[in-house]
Design a protein around this ligand. Structure first.
Ligand SMILES: Nc1nc2c(c(=O)[nH]1)N[C@H]1C(S)=C(S)[C@@H](COP(=O)(O)OP(=O)(O)OC[C@H]3O[C@@H](n4cnc5c(=O)[nH]c(N)nc54)[C@H](O)[C@@H]3O)O[C@H]1N2
Ligand SMILES: Nc1nc2c(c(=O)[nH]1)N[C@H]1C(S)=C(S)[C@@H](COP(=O)(O)OP(=O)(O)OC[C@H]3O[C@@H](n4cnc5c(=O)[nH]c(N)nc54)[C@H](O)[C@@H]3O)O[C@H]1N2
Ligand code: SF4
Ligand SMILES: [Mo]
Length: 717
């Protein structure tokens, strides 16, 4: 019998008052926090005041860590499904029972498909060394992150031009004179450090050009707003580059020394004049010319932001790519007020954390999703989630029998959950590891409750940036229910599978000591403030020694990797057909107080969440007989259709409608969120397997919905 004792960090639960330095987990930004604990109970959470970029600030979601913790509406023990998938019939199980059940199924899957028939997806970020080492120890190459639903196009675009992913591209906003944002809604879809930095920079006189078919709060803060036609930013950028070259205002010295492919670029934009782009984007040629003059005057302290989620269509990769090219043309790379590439500990004379994945043999099997091979521009370190799902569906190139969704809710985060359920139903084993009842937990075979971020410790995180360093998420209180930290869960499964080595640690401190070996940093040092920085000042490379991680060592306008694969560095622009009549592009975004689909059941956040409305332009609403506040019916061509209130406003482009994401949950045990609002992902009918063929991201903003006034009986046709 294997021990299943909850692995509490020493001192947790003891009487008295303590401050624990840690990392927030109410969204993916993981802001540094300090947690005040009184007699084993969380009394207060605030930003880590020892970090000047955060100070005491938290956002509404971070502050609601307290009500989230003391809410009982979450899985409290492991649960094993007893009825049909998704039917909501469960039995509570002990950890031993649940883990034995999983191990038995894994043995069956390995017998049929081999170790490679096991896949895991997670939410990516700072702690993926753990999930990767778990998957690798089981003999599978199929660790996949969520990124095809998020920043995958921007990520792979950055790799193709600078040789580093999107995490490697930082922005020195403090010294920026002009920031250009393509739907990067920095004030509403935010993290605290960046939003504070942006507001401070605006107060210091930074200009901001904000480009979005919808006027967001960020648009209100900007000095220029362009209501671009949906899915057309690539044409806009080709027009801007054309004009930059024509006016001769690019940094010739920088381009000559540090970039390749200028002739290729010239050729690609020779006909994309400001007038040409105007017919596609609706942005006037004269405005564009004025903008280029302004930008040139502010160079090199300008940033063309390559986006985070970015508009999600089949040429999004090229939107991010051209934004990054514009930075190079402005000479705003590795310069104050421009893009500053992330530095590793080695870059500043230190050592990186030791990796858990190095404790088990590398897997030689090919990835099931073709990332890096069939899809040459896609990063194999992230994978292509939709292609992994396609393999579950078709068993090609080989079958996947078991799938772990860890800190990931693909039935909310991926388009067309109905299609995804049909695919997931083919699995022999679906395990969801979560802290609450997500849509995916409800469809799983086994739910494993992870202890919340306040109740557990994580593996240490290495943060590469201008000042690289290490960060710690430490345990503040004992778990309130029968939950466990992920490192423990994975270790216990591996032990049952007879592959102990990868995660064979008795305590988290033992694991941390392994990670810190040779770095010169200690656990005690990390506990003092929650983080250790390895550089005193931000490190910017000197101009003459600049070197990029591309094959040529330079910024590649053409991209050698793409060229070898027969993929153009800049493809001809392909407009997406404009919907008419009752049809609109469906755009979506976030509310400040909600993180995707995970916040609406949190007390307090539920109270302050806005009512969802469907933004529509008056010129399109009027002919349909729709007025502000009237009830409409919306459908995406599938079985799902919904009703909501129209918000008729010129703040949205006439070709599109907009709604907030994260509503319309269906799990009955999450009583506050269940049935509240409309699930935009369920309107994205047929989009599960539609994606940017180069960047890999799902083409969500090409979704077309039909909008009509609600009929008197409210019945859908
Ligand atoms: N239609 C539509 N689709 C979208 C989006 C959209 O706006 N519209 N947004 C896209 C974007 S940008 C993203 S990033 C994805 C996000 O979607 P996902 O990738 O699924 O990410 P989240 O919803 O942030 O979190 C996933 C799960 O992690 C759980 N979780 C939170 N904290 C913990 C923890 O400490 N431990 C464990 N084990 N689990 C935890 C949450 O409860 C949640 O169920 O969705 C994408 N999909
Ligand atoms: N409050 C809050 N903050 C968050 C999150 C959260 O859930 N809640 N999630 C975090 C995550 S994971 C992410 S990825 C980021 C996402 O951050 P962003 O990518 O900045 O934000 P989104 O909310 O997805 O907003 C997308 C915007 O793109 C616009 N858009 C749509 N089509 C086009 C187009 O063709 N061109 C242009 N230029 N714009 C277009 C939409 O109108 C919308 O305003 O936010 C992060 N911050
Ligand atoms: S942005 Fe808010 S929710 Fe996200 S980590 Fe920071 S404080 Fe927490
Ligand atoms: Mo995201």
């Amino acid at each position: 019998m294997i021990s299943v004792k909850a692995p509490n960090v020493r001192g947790v639960g003891s009487p008295g008052r303590r401050t624990v330095y840690s990392l927030c987990s109410m969204c993916t930004a993981r802001c540094p926090i300090q947690v005040e604990v009184v007699d084993g109970r969380v009394n207060w959470i605030q930003g880590n005041i020892t970090d000047p970029a955060i100070g005491a600030s938290l956002c509404a979601r971070g502050a609601s860590g307290l009500p989230f913790e003391y809410d009982d509406e979450r899985p409290q023990t492991p649960m094993i499904r007893t009825g049909a998938r998704g039917a909501g019939q469960w039995r509570r199980a002990s950890w031993d029972e649940a883990l034995d059940y999983i191990a038995d199924k894994l043995h069956e899957v390995i017998a049929e498909f081999g170790g490679r028939g096991i896949a895991l997806s997670d939410r990516a970020g700072l702690f993926t060394d753990l999930s990767k080492s778990f998957v690798q120890a089981l003999g599978s190459p199929n660790y996949v992150d969520h990124d095809v639903s998020c920043g995958q196009n921007a990520h792979n675009a950055a790799r193709s031009i600078y040789g580093v992913g999107r995490g490697g591209v930082g922005f020195d906003m403090k010294n920026t004179k002009h920031m250009v944002l393509y739907g990067r809604n920095i004030i509403e879809s935010f993290h605290v450090r960046e939003a504070k930095g942006f507001m401070a920079a605006l107060s210091n006189g930074m200009r901001c050009t904000y480009i979005d078919p919808r006027a967001t709060v960020t648009a209100c803060k900007a000095t220029r707003y362009w209501q671009v036609r949906p899915n057309s930013d690539y044409a806009l950028n080709l027009g801007i580059i054309h004009e930059v070259i024509k006016q001769g205002v690019y940094d010739k010295d920088f381009v000559e020394k540090h970039c390749t492919g200028m002739d290729y670029l010239r050729e690609a934009v020779k006909d994309t004049t400001p007038e040409w782009q105007e017919q596609h984007t609706g942005i006037s040629a004269a405005e564009l010319r004025a903008f280029v003059k302004e930008i040139a005057a502010d160079a090199p302290h300008v940033i063309f932001h390559p986006g985070w989620m970015v508009a999600r269509h089949k040429q999004s990769f090229y939107v991010s790519r051209t934004a990054l090219i514009l930075n190079a043309l402005m000479g705003s790379v590795e310069v104050k007020g421009g893009i500053v590439l992330a530095k590793s500990p080695e870059d500043v004379g230190h050592k990186s954390l030791k990796k858990l994945v190095d404790r088990s043999p590398k897997v030689k099997e090919p990835r099931v999703d073709g990332a890096g091979t069939t899809f040459p521009a896609a990063d194999p370190a992230c994978g292509l989630l939709h292609q992994m799902f396609a393999a579950i569906d078709t068993q090609k190139p080989y079958g996947i029998g078991a799938y772990f969704a860890y800190r990931h809710d693909p039935l909310t985060g991926m388009p067309d959950p109905e299609a995804l359920q049909r695919v997931l139903d083919k699995l022999k084993l679906l395990v969801a590891i979560d802290v609450r009842y997500s849509e995916t937990t409800w469809f799983a075979d086994v739910i494993l409750p992870e202890s919340t971020y306040l109740e557990r410790a994580n593996i240490l995180a290495q943060i590469n940036g201008p000042k690289p360093g290490f960060s710690m998420r430490d345990q503040a209180i004992a778990p309130r229910f029968d939950s466990r930290p992920a490192w423990w869960i994975f270790r216990e499964i591996l032990r049952r599978m007879g592959v102990n080595e990868a995660l064979d640690f008795e305590t988290i401190e033992e694991l941390w000591d392994y990670q810190l070996e040779g770095t010169g940093v200690t656990v005690a040092q990390l506990r003092e403030k929650g983080a250790v920085s390895l550089a005193k000042t931000p490190f910017i490379q000197t101009r003459d020694k600049l070197k990029f991680k591309t094959p040529s060592g330079k910024i590649e306008f053409e991209s050698e990797v793409l060229k070898k694969a027969g993929i153009p560095g800049l493809a001809p622009y392909q407009p997406v057909a404009t919907p008419a009549g009752e049809n609109f592009f469906l755009l979506f975004g976030r509310a400040q107080m909600l993180s995707h689909g995970q916040s609406l059941n949190t007390p307090v956040l539920q109270d302050i969440a806005p009512e969802q409305t469907l933004w529509m332009h008056p010129d399109r609403a009027k002919p349909l007989g729709i007025s502000d506040g009237s009830e409409i019916e919306i459908d995406g061509g599938g079985r799902y259709h919904a009703y909501m209130k129209a918000k008729v406003t010129p703040l949205i482009h006439p070709d599109a409608v907009f709604m907030l994401h994260g509503y319309g949950a269906t799990v009955p045990l999450a009583t506050r969120a269940c049935g509240y609002g409309v699930a935009d992902q369920r309107l994205q009918n047929g989009k599960l397997f539609e994606f940017d063929p180069v960047g890999g991201g799902n083409a969500m903003t090409e979704t077309v919905v039909r909008v009509r006034p609600k009929t008197v009986k409210g019945a859908a046709k």
